[in-house]
Design a binder for this molecule. Structure first.
Ligand code: NAD
Ligand code: ZN
Ligand code: ZN
Length: 346
C-alpha cells in the first residue's frame, strides 16, 4: 500500500510503497477514508535530530478516519464496515486518567512505549492503518469523513480548551482567538455554539481575517505589534475572559497576556520551535489570570463533538489532496497558504 512517510531528519515527506499491515491481538485495521494534516507535523519535521523522538521512518497523520475492514484476534465492540474516526492520544487505558477518558494525560504511555498514530505509531496518511484498540474508534454514521476527520484534533483540541473555560464565558464576556487556521477556525465556531461570548479573532492577513469573519468571529484584528492595544480599544479598554493562542510564539504570547482581563484564562495551544516566555508576576499580568498549555482532549469530548457535528453545528473548511499530493499539502501548510484544514483522501 502507499503511505506518506517522514524518512530523514530535515527532508520533505515522501510517498512510498510499504507492506499493508495486519491487526495484532485486540487491534483493528481501517481502510483510511480521510486523514487531516496538522501544523504539529510541521513542528515535528522541523526538530533537530537530538530533539526528535518519534522514530524513522514515520508514517504521518494523527487525524484519521476510516472504514473497519478487519479485527485482530480478540478485538471486540466494533463491526466490520463501520465508518469511524480515530481518537489519537492513546494511553494505557487503565490508569486513573485513562479511566476518565483523559488518555491524552496518561502518565504511563511513554514508559509503556505507547504513542499516537502519526506521532510514533504508524499514522493515517496511508491506504490502511492499524488502531491499537476499538476504544479509540468513534463511529460517525453517515457523516462525511473528509469534513469529520479534523474533529479528531482541529476540533477536539479547541473543544477541550474552551470547555474548561466555559464558566468564565458569561454574557458580556469576550474570547480572543489568535490564529484562525485549522484549529482556530473551529474554535471560533465552538465559541459561538457553546457560549454567549463576543469572539475577537486575530491573524496576519486580511484574507485570513475575512475567513475568520465568515466562520463567525464578531470582530477581527490584525496580529501585529499594535494588536493588544487595538483589541483593548475595541473592548472599551477592558480585556478578554479567555484568550486562545493557536500560534504560541513570543509575539502572540505577549499579545495574549496583554489582552487578558482579571480572572481570565490564557490558554496557549500553539507549539513554537522558538522558546517563549510569558511575562508573569505582579504589574506584568492581570490579577488572577491563569496560564495553561492543554494537550489534545478526552475520548468523551470527541464523542460530544461528533454529536455536535450530527446536529449540523460545525462547518469545518477543508482543502482536499490525494496521497500523491500530500507533500504539496505540507508545503502549503508550512507556507501558510491553506484555508481551514488540509485533508488527504487516499
Ligand atoms: P494552521 O497552520 O492551520 O493555522 C495557524 C494559523 O495561525 C494560520 O491561520 C496563520 O496565518 C496564523 N498565524 C501565524 N502567525 C501568526 C501570528 N503571529 N499572529 C496571528 N496568527 C498567526 O495550524 P493548526 O494546525 O491550526 O495548528 C495551530 C497550532 O496548534 C500549531 O502550533 C500546532 O502545532 C498546535 N497544536 C497544538 C495542539 C495541542 O494539543 N496543544 C494540538 C494540535 C495543534
Ligand atoms: Zn495535531
Ligand atoms: Zn493511562
Amino acid at each position: 500500500m502507499r503511505a506518506v512517510q517522514y524518512r530523514r531528519i530535515g527532508a520533505a515527506p515522501e510517498v512510498v510503497e510499504v507492506e499493508r499491515p495486519t491487526p495484532g491481538p485486540g487491534q483493528v485495521l481501517l481502510e483510511v477514508t480521510a486523514a487531516g494534516i496538522c501544523h504539529s507535523d510541521d513542528f515535528v519535521m522541523g526538530l533537530p535530530e537530538e530533539e526528535y523522538t518519534y522514530g524513522l521512518p514515520l508514517t504521518l497523520g494523527h487525524e484519521g478516519a476510516g472504514r473497519v475492514v478487519e479485527l485482530g484476534p480478540g478485538a471486540e465492540g466494533v463491526e466490520v464496515g463501520t465508518n469511524v474516526i480515530v481518537y489519537g492520544p492513546w494511553g494505557c487505558g487503565t490508569c486513573h486518567q485513562c479511566a476518565q477518558g483523559k488518555e491524552n494525560y496518561c502518565p504511563r504511555a511513554a514508559e509503556l512505549g505507547i504513542a499516537p498514530p502519526g506521532l510514533g505509531a504508524p499514522g493515517a496518511l496511508a491506504e490502511y492503518m492499524v488502531v491499537d484498540s476499538p476504544r479509540h474508534l468513534v463511529p460517525i454514521g453517515d457523516l462525511d469523513p473528509v469534513a469529520t476527520v479534523p474533529l479528531t484534533d482541529a476540533g477536539l483540541t479547541p473543544y477541550h480548551a474552551i470547555k474548561r473555560s466555559l464558566p468564565k464565558l458569561r454574557a458580556g464576556s469576550t474570547a480572543v482567538v489568535i490564529g484562525t487556521g485549522g484549529l482556530g477556525h473551529v474554535a471560533i465556531q465552538l465559541l459561538r455554539a457553546l457560549s454567549p461570548a463576543r469572539v475577537v479573532a486575530l491573524d496576519v492577513s486580511e484574507d485570513k481575517l475575512d475567513f475568520a469573519t465568515s466562520v463567525g468571529a464578531h470582530d477581527v484584528v490584525l496580529s501585529d505589534e499594535h494588536a493588544a492595544e487595538n483589541v483593548r480599544s475595541l473592548l472599551g479598554g477592558r480585556g478578554a475572559q479567555l484568550v486562545l493562542d493557536f500560534v504560541g510564539a513570543q509575539p502572540t504570547i505577549d499579545t495574549a497576556m496583554a489582552v487578558a482581563d482579571v480572572e481570565s484564562d490564557v490558554t496557549i495551544v500553539g507549539i513554537s520551535s522558538q522558546p517563549a516566555a510569558a511575562q508573569v508576576g505582579f504589574f506584568r499580568q492581570a490579577y488572577e489570570a491563569s496560564v495553561s498549555v492543554p494537550y489534545w482532549g478526552s475520548r468523551g469530548e470527541l464523542i460530544e463533538l461528533v454529536e455536535l457535528a450530527h446536529r449540523g453545528v460545525l462547518d469545518v473548511h477543508t482543502e482536499t489532496f490525494s496521497l500523491a499530493e500530500a507533500p504539496t499539502a505540507y508545503e502549503r501548510l508550512h507556507a501558510g497558504t491553506l484555508t481551514g484544514r488540509a485533508v488527504v483522501v487516499p
